[in-house]
Write a protein that binds this ligand. Sequence first.
Ligand code: ADP
Ligand code: 5GP
Length: 189
Amino acid sequence: MTAKGKIIIIVAPSGTGKSTLIKQLKEEFRELHWSVSFTTRPVRPGEVDGKHYFFISKEEFLKKKNQGDFIEWAEVHGNYYGTSLGFVESKINHGFSILFDLDVQGADNMKKHFGDEAHVIFIAPPSLAELEKRLRDRGTETEDVIQVRLSNAKSEIQRKDDYDYCVINDELEHAYVDLKKIVKGLLEN
Ligand code: ADP
Ligand code: 5GP
């Protein structure tokens, strides 16, 4: 029988550097599959439907939710996001490990559904001031959106020790080395 794939979830307040670190992980660990979530948020420049997310309308999202298509779903910063149950089960049952980018609600719900099979890594910013700087410098959000994300970050950071692992993204290279060690260990066990 094929061994089940691993469920590896990365959680971080928006602006911490999660996408940057995940990009490096995807380049290095080619065997990791990517969980493509469904979302109602608008497409950002450079994003591809079906690759970064499945971009759907609010009506379509609610229909899927009511059909029980999602393991977990959440409203994050005013948009809906959901993880497809069928997608995840078919991957792990075929032995493929999956990398997830979720918010704290998503990670909590994945833990509820999969228990110890779900491995959660929290990425924390070195400080709130640095987080604010990164969000502003990225320049992808309006001021209103930045304020919502910073306010959410304050409560999310308090959860940093609630998960299986915590990596501080101060110096990017150091954070990546720490993260890589954790992922390598999970994939080898
Ligand atoms: P997230 O996916 O967590 O919202 P991003 O990966 O988009 O965050 O990173 C937010 C911004 O911070 C980007 O402009 C990115 O280049 C920058 N960044 C990421 N990690 C670091 C770091 N360790 N030091 C300084 N800037 C960083
Ligand atoms: P972004 O809009 O910046 O891509 O993502 C915003 C937030 O939504 C991030 O914290 C990301 O982790 C979270 N997110 C993305 N997909 C899902 C999902 O399927 N479920 C949940 N709960 N959160 C998600």
